[in-house]
Every structure is written in structure tokens, then in C-alpha cells.
Design a protein around this ligand. Structure first.
Ligand code: ADP
Ligand code: MG
Length: 233
């Protein structure tokens, strides 16, 4: 794989949730270059989270190809896909999905357990977790705190640190700012971008909130990426 290989490439991807005739995704072409920040905008129900699940390989397309870092994820077994995802993709979920009773440090280090290559890029795990916290604007003593005791804004920063640790080539964020006010959102995005840039990671965020657009290298509308799906036969 050369550095010109897009970090993500979807080609003629189609997906329908089993038993759901009314909704389908049809993506003729969608690619991400290395190190760019892209906002994918679409209203609620337009299929943003479904598209992210296809990109992460938690669901498989009915047709077409999803390539991450040059690998067609449909060629991997379910177990291989889990390991591949842990190595290549840092995920920030809408609800953060932190372990509430674990420390901030343990939450941040969690993805490294399943990703030996990502772990190998982190020489001093505790120091890297602390530096990520500081870089994302958390107080120095936050690493030892129980994740569930932090404010929503702080938990979001922990979720971002967990996605960034070990510099995965692709970071995917599903509406991570929806619980925050505009000023807090803007600060968070600037800190997230700075960390993603220094890791060399590509950042794909999906949102319904067009006010975020100014922060990104590129903004794409769901309606430009998808085409109307044929009715189910
Ligand atoms: P968005 O993230 O843009 O709000 P989603 O991808 O969550 O959109 O949803 C797109 C469509 O897929 C909706 O009609 C939703 O009901 C349906 N959908 C989402 N997740 C599932 C699921 N796990 N099972 C069945 N249908 C689903
Ligand atoms: Mg969603």
C-alpha cells in the first residue's frame, strides 16, 4: 500500500437492514485521503450511523466494496475484522461508551489490548494517556478519576483520547458533540484536530449540525454521497 492509497474507499456499496424495506443505503463512491478532516452532514435517519457501521465492519455490505487502508473488509472473518478495526480505527461514539467504573487511564488504554501494532507505537502507555488528556484539555489529575464521575464534556474528551491512542490511521466520530453547547464544541474540535494532526490520523465525523462545518477540511452531504435506493423486490 502506498501513501496515495485512500485510507477509506467505498465503491457501489449497498445495504439494507434485515426486514426493513423502507430504508436502504446506496453509496456509489466515497473516499477519504490520508490526514484530512471530513464532516459528513445529514439529517437524523439519513443513515449516517449505518454508514459508519459499514466502514467499521460491524455490519457487512450487501453489495460493493468497503476498503480500509487498502484492505477489503469483506475478505476478513468476523474475528479478523474485530482485530482489524481495533488496529486501524479509533471510534468516538455518540454516547461515548466509556466503562463508568474504570479509571480514565484504563478507558483510554483499552483499545491497545486488542491491537498489538497500535500498542507497539505507545512506549510509555501511562505517559501517553496523560499527555492525551492534557492535550484535550483535561486536568492533570483526571487520568486517575473514575470515568463515570466526570462531566459530559470531560467524558467526551476521554472518549476522544481513547480513539486517538496509538495513532490509528482513521478516526471515526458519530455526532460526538451533540450534547455540548457551541463554545464547548468549538474548543473540543480544535483540540481533537490538533491531536489527530499530530498523530497523522484521518478524521471522519458525522453530524446533523451544519454549524460544525467551518472547522473541517471538507464537508460532504449525505445526499451527495448516497443515491435513492430502489424499492426492495
Ligand atoms: P442516522 O445515524 O443518520 O440518524 P441511522 O443509520 O441510525 O441514521 O438510521 C437509518 C435508518 O436505519 C433508520 O430508518 C433506522 O431506523 C434504521 N436502523 C438503524 N439501525 C438499525 C438496526 N440496528 N436495525 C434495523 N434498522 C436500523
Ligand atoms: Mg446516528
Amino acid at each position: 500500500m502506498t501513501t496515495d492509497t485512500p485510507i477509506l474507499k467505498l465503491k457501489d456499496v449497498r445495504y439494507r437492514w434485515p426486514g426493513r424495506a423502507s430504508f436502504g443505503l446506496d453509496v456509489p463512491e466515497f473516499s477519504l485521503r490520508r490526514s484530512e478532516t471530513v464532516l459528513l452532514l445529514g439529517q437524523s435517519g439519513s443513515g449516517k450511523s449505518t454508514l459508519l457501521s459499514l466502514i467499521c465492519g460491524t455490519i457487512l455490505a450487501d453489495a460493493g466494496a468497503v476498503q480500509v487502508a487498502g484492505t477489503d473488509i469483506a475478505t476478513l472473518s468476523a474475528g479478523q475484522r474485530d482485530r482489524f478495526r481495533a488496529e486501524h480505527i479509533g471510534l468516538i461514539f455518540q454516547q461515548f461508551n466509556l466503562l463508568p467504573y474504570a479509571s480514565v487511564r484504563d478507558n483510554i488504554l483499552l483499545p491497545l489490548r486488542f491491537a498489538p501494532a497500535r500498542r507497539a507505537r505507545v512506549t510509555d502507555a501511562a505517559a501517553v494517556a496523560r499527555d492525551l488528556c492534557l492535550g484535550l484539555g483535561l486536568p492533570p489529575d483526571a487520568v486517575a478519576a473514575q470515568a463515570g464521575k466526570l462531566s459530559v464534556g470531560q467524558q467526551q474528551r476521554v472518549a476522544a483520547a481513547r480513539a486517538l491512542i496509538g495513532a490509528p490511521p482513521l478516526i471515526v466520530a458519530d455526532e460526538p458533540t451533540s450534547a455540548l453547547d457551541a463554545a464547548t464544541q468549538a474548543t473540543f474540535l480544535e483540540l481533537l484536530f490538533a491531536q489527530a494532526r499530530s498523530a497523522g490520523s484521518t478524521l471522519l465525523m458525522v453530524s446533523h449540525d451544519a454549524r460544525l462545518a467551518a472547522h473541517f477540511d471538507r464537508v460532504v452531504e449525505m445526499s451527495d454521497v448516497t443515491q435513492p435506493m430502489q424499492a426492495a423486490p
